[in-house]
Design a protein around this ligand. Structure first.
Ligand code: TYD
Length: 253
C-alpha cells in the first residue's frame, strides 16, 4: 500500500492528503503543548477524545447551518475534512474573564463579561500569537471587512451553540478559540469553520464546583488531563466506549 502524503504537522494534529481532491485526513495526536510549546507532554488518549468531541460539536454545528470543514469521522483518531485555506487569525470568543484578557485588563478570573467579546490574534508562533485589531487585519490584508463580518457572525453562532450544549451538561463555557478557512466554489469564496473544537481550545468550568475541565488542567498542573476531557465526553454521551447505538433495546426484568 502506498504511504499517504503528510501535508502538514502541527502541535496537536497532522494533516494527510485525502482520498479525493479537496479533502484531507485530520489525525489527532496525543501531544499537549502550552505557553507557545514551552511546556509539552504526551497525554495518552487525548487525541481519541478530541477527535470524538470535535466530531460531536462540528456535526451539531453543521446541523444548525454553521458551515464547517468536517465531513466524517474515519476512525478513533482521524476524520475526513474539506481542504481549506486557513485565515491566519485565531478567533477568540470570551464570555467570562480568564487567561490573557484577565491579565491584560486586570480582571479577576471568572468575572462575567458585559457581552460576548470577539478578539483576533495573528497566527504566528514566533511572535506568540499577538492580539491584533481590525485595523491591522485590513491594513495587512489578512482578511477583508466582509471576511471579518462573516468571522464574527460564525464565532457568535458557535458561541451560542457551544454555550447551550455545555450549559445542558452543567458546564460553563468561559472562552474558546476557532479557526476559519476559505473555500473556493467557482468564482466565489466563502468562509467555513475549520481546525477543531475540543477542550484543548476552550475554557470549560463545572457550573457547580468551578472545576476546570479543559487544557488549563495541563497548563497549571491541576491534575489528569485525560480525566478532565473524559468527564466532558462522558457528560455529552460521546465517550468512545459509548459507541453502542443508544437505540439498543433494553430488557426490563
Ligand atoms: P487566551 O486567554 O487568550 O490565551 P491563553 O490560553 O494563553 O491564556 O485564550 C483564550 C482561549 O482561546 C482559551 O480557551 C485558549 C484558546 N486559545 C487557543 O486554543 N490557542 C491559541 O493560540 C490562543 C491564542 C487561544
Amino acid at each position: 500500500m502506498a504511504r499517504r502524503k503528510k501535508v502538514y504537522e502541527g502541535k496537536a494534529k497532522i494533516l494527510y492528503e485525502g482520498p479525493e481532491p479537496g479533502t484531507l485526513v485530520q489525525y489527532f495526536k496525543d501531544d499537549a503543548t502550552a505557553f507557545n510549546a514551552e511546556k509539552r507532554d504526551v497525554i495518552e488518549g487525548k487525541g481519541v477524545l478530541n477527535n470524538r468531541l470535535s466530531e460531536y460539536f462540528m456535526t451539531g454545528l453543521n446541523a444548525i447551518g454553521v458551515p464547517t470543514h468536517f465531513l466524517k469521522r474515519l476512525n478513533m483518531r482521524e476524520q475526513l475534512i474539506r481542504a481549506v485555506e486557513i485565515v491566519p487569525l485565531e478567533v477568540i470568543v470570551r464570555n467570562y474573564a480568564a487567561g490573557t484578557i484577565a491579565k491584560r485588563l486586570g480582571l479577576e478570573e471568572g468575572t462575567a463579561l458585559p457581552r460576548p467579546i470577539v478578539e483576533f490574534c495573528l497566527k504566528d508562533d514566533a511572535l506568540g500569537d499577538p492580539l491584533v485589531a481590525e485595523e491591522h487585519i485590513m491594513a495587512f490584508g489578512w482578511a477583508s471587512q466582509q471576511d471579518l463580518d462573516d468571522m464574527v457572525a460564525i464565532a457568535l453562532r458557535v458561541n451560542d451553540f457551544l454555550s447551550g450544549v455545555m450549559y445542558g451538561v452543567g458546564i460553563r463555557l468561559a472562552d474558546f478559540k476557532i479557526e476559519i478557512g476559505r473555500v473556493y466554489e467557482n468564482d466565489f469564496q466563502r468562509l467555513i469553520l475549520a481546525d477543531e473544537i475540543s477542550p484543548d481550545s476552550c475554557r470549560l468550568w463545572d457550573i457547580e464546583t468551578g472545576q476546570k475541565l479543559d487544557k488549563d488542567v495541563f497548563r497549571r498542573d491541576l491534575g489528569n488531563l485525560t480525566d478532565a476531557y473524559t468527564e466532558v465526553a462522558r457528560r455529552l454521551g460521546v465517550l468512545p466506549s459509548n459507541a453502542t447505538p443508544i437505540t439498543k433495546p433494553t430488557l426490563i426484568n
